[in-house]
Unconditional design. Structure first.
Length: 365
């Protein structure tokens, strides 16, 4: 963790569980102006780790017979995904990102496509409605044909799952997830934010936007309606380890549901890499160490990686308070950054006592 801080991340903190023992640690600062240190128990915006919570909620409804994985989404949401696409795209395709629907983020933050960070500030206190964001994704040119491989990771999919949950349960999706996933897991420091601020002790969250913001700007106060059921959760690293331990032990969804969640397909991530993705779960195979399940997450200024080995005996959840730290070189490419190497070494140590020959890539790179 000290190496990650020295490489340029203001603060890094996390929790590792192995063989019945727990290690918690932190390095660096939560506030670059005051020098307030980070600590392992800080609350944090965990970004797309939220997708596992949403997927678990959907699988609970599958178990109750209210949702069929291979049913067309148009059966439930014809107003949001109309016509032929609504008939071709299934619930499963939304969960494993093979729907072909593009991500709405590029359209909600248009200035980022032209080399300006203006949209980040313009939207800081904007209240988006899920249907508004979904329309941005659905109306954009398709990323691929429904069901084709590799899939294309898209936040539009998970917002649609949130709307699906609301239609079949009659309860707002975030409320349903809170009652039936977060509380079921006994998580005391996890929840959807009620406003732009993070309740409880937390770090400031610094966004570099691939060099567009220098120095990086604090976005710890931000209306997270742009992320919703795809990436809005606040949690702690201890809560994430508890959640994934219970999920992978069949105590949040049934064993049959978990088996479905662990059926993976290749999916092209937002950074262009290809990952093995199930229903709201990443599969990460680390040579010499084992197979891990979990998710990473990135929102403005906050990054998270949470992985649990398939036998449940090794867990790692790590948070950083800087994102998109790699600036382009004169040719326009983004060279490797010391933070990437330091994080890879941290993950290898956390998952495998340093014996891993490789690990998951850093979500902020």
């Amino acid at each position: 963790m000290d190496a990650v801080h020295r490489a340029g991340v203001p603060g890094v903190y996390g929790e590792v569980r192995t063989g019945g023992r727990t290690w918690r640690g932190a390095s660096g600062v939560a506030d670059v102006e005051t020098g307030r240190p980070v600590s392992p128990d800080l609350r944090h915006r965990v970004g797309s780790v939220t997708k596992t919570f949403t997927a678990a909620a959907v699988m609970q409804q599958v178990e109750r017979g209210r949702i069929r994985l291979d049913a067309p989404i148009g059966d439930h949401l014809p107003d949001l995904v109309p016509g032929e696409r609504g008939r071709k795209i299934t619930v499963r395709m939304l969960l494993n990102h093979t729907s072909g629907l593009p991500d709405y983020i590029a359209h909600a933050f248009p200035s980022l496509q032209t080399g300006s960070p203006a949209s980040l500030d313009d939207n800081r206190f904007r209240r988006f409605r899920p249907a508004e964001l979904i329309r941005l994704g659905v109306s954009a040119p398709p990323a691929s044909e429904p069901g084709s491989l590799p899939g294309v990771y898209s936040n539009t999919n998970t917002l649609l799952l949130g709307e699906l949950l609301e239609r079949v349960t009659g309860t707002p999706a975030q409320e349903y997830i809170t009652r039936n996933v977060i509380r079921r897991a006994g998580l005391r420091d996890t929840g959807f934010p009620s406003g732009p601020s993070v309740d409880g002790p937390h770090s400031r969250m610094y966004e570099a936007a691939f060099g567009l913001l220098d120095p990086p700007r604090d976005y710890s106060v931000y209306d997270m309606s742009w992320a919703g059921t795809g990436a809005a959760l606040v949690s702690t690293m201890a809560d994430l380890n508890r959640f994934y331990a219970l999920l992978l032990d069949g105590r949040i969804v049934s064993r049959a549901s978990l088996e479905q969640m662990q059926r993976t397909v290749p999916v092209r991530a937002l950074d262009g890499t290809t990952v093995q993705y199930g229903l709201g779960l990443h599969k990460v195979t680390v040579p010499g160490c084992g197979t891990f399940w979990g998710h990473d997450g990135s929102v403005w200024g906050a990054g998270t990686m949470s992985l649990t080995r398939d036998d449940g005996r090794r867990q790692m959840s790590v948070a950083v308070n800087l994102q998109r730290w790699t600036a382009p070189d004169p040719s326009g490419s983004r060279p490797p950054h010391p933070v990437d190497k330091a994080l890879a070494e941290l993950y290898g140590e956390a998952m495998c006592d340093g014996t891993a020959s490789g690990g998951p890539h850093a979500s902020g790179s």
